[in-house]
Ligand binder design. Structure first.
Ligand code: HAM
Length: 416
C-alpha cells in the first residue's frame, strides 16, 4: 500500500481512527465559523483556480514563497504552480473586473494552498486558509474593520483575549525608520526580511546583514522595544477600542511580514502563551493590483489569511473542539423483518423532512442495532410496531433521558 505524500493530510469523520488523525468534522466546524463570521461583516465568497501561471508568483510574492512553490511544466509547455497563497489570484480577479463592483469590495474565500515547506509543527505542504480582503478603501478605518473581523472569527471559535493577541505593526513605520537612517529605498525589502527573521536568527547574522544595509542591530532592537504607535496605528487602536476590542491588540514592530507586497499596517495573530506559530497574518498591499494589472488599475487593498493547521492545534490545546456526536437525529430499529418495508417508508419520509436517519441495511439483532445507535451518538431510536388492531405505531426513545413515547408514524418527524 503506498503512503500519502509527506505534508499532506487525510481527513477522517469522527470518531477518529487515531489520536493524531485529522478530523473532517473539525475542518467543517472551522469552515462554518469562518463563513458565518465573514458574512456577518458583509463579505461575499469567491474562488479561483488552484493552478496558476508560475509568473503570477515569481515577481509578486517574495523570495520565501517562491522557493516553496509546487511548480511544473504542463502538457502545453506552460510554466504553472499550485497556488501557495490566494492574494495574487484575488488581485488579478479584482484588477480585471473591478468596474463591475461598487467600492469597497469585501470578499472572502477558503482555498486549499500548497507550499513545499519543511514539514514541522504547524507547517504542512497543504493547508486551508480563510482569506478576507477589502478593495478600494485607502482609509485606516478599513484596516480596523479587517482586524475586527479577524478577532471575531477567533472569538466565534470560543477563543478569548486570554488565548490570543493581534500584534500590530506598520511597514510605513519601518520604511520611515529605514529612510531616516539613510537606507537605500531600492533595498527596503531586503531590510524588511532581516527584521522579519530577527527573532529566529542568531544576532551576529542579523547584525551582519543589517550592517551591509547601513543599519545597526541595536537601533532596530530599540525601535522594536519602544514600539511607539505611529499615527496610522493609533487610528486603528482608537477604532478598535471604540468597539470594545482594545484588549486583543498589542503594538509590536517585531512583526513586519515576510511577503513582498505589503505597504502599510501589517499584523499577525498569535496565541498568548507563544506555544504555536502564527494563527493568521495580513496587512495592506496598496500597490499589488497596480503591479498585477501592469499599471492599468490602481486600487488600495488589504486583508488577512488564517490557516486551519495552527488553529486546529490551538483549539485542541484549549479544549475548544466541540463534540461532533448527535449529528444523527434517529436510528430506525428494524427488529421485526416483517416491518422492513414500513420502516423503509418511515426512513424515507423522515429524511425527506430533513432529518439525518440511520438504520440497519441487513437483518441484525435488536441489541446490536441499539448499540450502533449509541456508538453513532444518535439522539433517538424509532421502532415500528403493529398494534392489536393492526395499526402501525412508532416507539420514539430519546437516548439521553431514555424516555419513550408511542406515536403514530406521521407524528415522528415533529417529535425528532
Ligand atoms: P501567510 O502569513 O503566508 O500570509 O499565511 C497566513 C497564515 O496561513 C499563517 O499565519 C498560517 O496560519 C497559515 N499558513 C501559512 N503557511 C502554512 C503552512 N505551510 N502550513 C500550515 N499553515 C500555513 C498569506 O498567505 C497572505 N496571502 C495573507 C493575506 C491575505 N494578506 C493579505 N490578504
Amino acid at each position: 500500500m503506498s503512503d500519502r505524500l509527506p505534508g499532506f493530510r487525510d481527513f477522517y469523520p469522527e470518531p477518529l481512527p487515531a489520536a493524531d488523525a485529522w478530523s473532517c468534522d473539525l475542518r467543517q466546524h472551522l469552515f462554518e465559523r469562518w463563513r458565518d463570521t465573514a458574512r456577518r461583516y458583509g463579505f461575499r465568497e469567491y474562488d479561483g483556480p488552484p493552478l496558476e501561471p508560475l509568473e503570477l508568483y515569481t515577481n509578486k510574492s517574495g523570495a520565501e514563497i517562491v522557493a516553496q512553490l509546487f511548480n511544473f511544466t504542463d502538457k502545453g509547455d506552460r510554466a504553472v504552480a499550485l497556488r501557495p497563497e490566494m492574494t495574487p489570484t484575488v488581485a488579478r480577479m479584482i484588477a480585471s473586473t473591478e468596474r463591475a463592483y461598487r467600492k469597497p469590495v469585501k470578499w472572502f474565500s477558503i482555498p486549499q494552498l500548497f507550499r513545499y515547506e519543511k514539514q514541522q509543527k504547524g507547517r504542512l505542504r497543504e493547508h486551508f486558509q480563510l482569506n478576507c480582503d477589502i478593495f478600494g478603501e485607502a482609509d485606516v478605518s478599513a484596516d480596523a474593520e479587517i482586524i475586527a473581523l479577524l478577532i471575531d472569527v477567533l472569538r466565534a471559535l470560543g477563543l478569548t483575549a486570554d488565548d490570543f493577541v493581534i500584534r500590530l505593526s506598520s511597514r510605513q513605520a519601518w520604511q520611515r525608520f529605514f529612510a531616516a537612517k539613510g537606507g537605500d529605498p531600492a533595498r527596503a525589502y531586503d531590510f524588511y526580511q532581516v527584521v522579519d527573521k530577527i527573532d529566529r536568527e542568531r544576532p551576529e547574522v542579523s547584525a551582519e546583514r543589517l550592517t551591509a544595509l547601513g543599519i545597526r542591530l541595536e537601533e532596530v532592537q530599540a525601535f522594536i522595544t519602544a514600539s511607539v504607535p505611529e499615527p496610522e496605528l493609533q487610528a486603528v487602536l482608537d477604532n478598535l477600542s471604540a468597539r470594545g476590542l482594545g484588549e486583543f491588540l498589542k503594538v509590536d514592530y517585531g512583526v513586519i511580514r515576510g511577503l513582498a507586497y505589503y505597504t502599510g499596517v501589517v499584523f499577525e495573530a498569535f496565541d498568548r502563551k507563544g506555544e504555536f506559530r502564527a494563527i493568521a497574518g495580513g496587512g495592506r498591499y496598496d500597490q499589488l493590483i497596480h503591479q498585477v494589472s501592469n499599471g492599468r488599475v490602481n486600487l488600495p487593498a488589504l486583508g488577512f489569511g488564517m490557516g486551519d493547521v495552527v488553529l486546529a492545534e490551538l483549539l485542541k490545546a484549549r479544549g475548544l473542539v466541540p463534540s461532533f456526536a448527535g449529528r444523527v437525529a434517529a436510528v430506525v430499529l428494524i427488529e421485526d423483518e416483517g416491518l422492513r418495508s414500513d420502516s423503509l417508508r418511515l426512513v424515507q419520509t423522515l429524511r425527506e423532512a430533513g432529518h439525518a436517519i440511520e438504520y440497519a441495511l441487513t437483518p441484525s439483532k435488536g441489541d446490536k442495532q441499539f448499540k450502533r445507535a449509541l456508538d453513532l451518538g444518535a439522539l433517538h431510536t424509532v421502532r415500528l410496531e403493529r398494534a392489536a388492531d393492526g395499526a402501525l405505531m412508532a416507539r420514539v426513545k430519546e437516548l439521553k433521558t431514555r424516555t419513550e413515547r408511542v406515536l403514530t408514524p406521521a407524528e415522528v418527524s415533529d417529535a425528532l
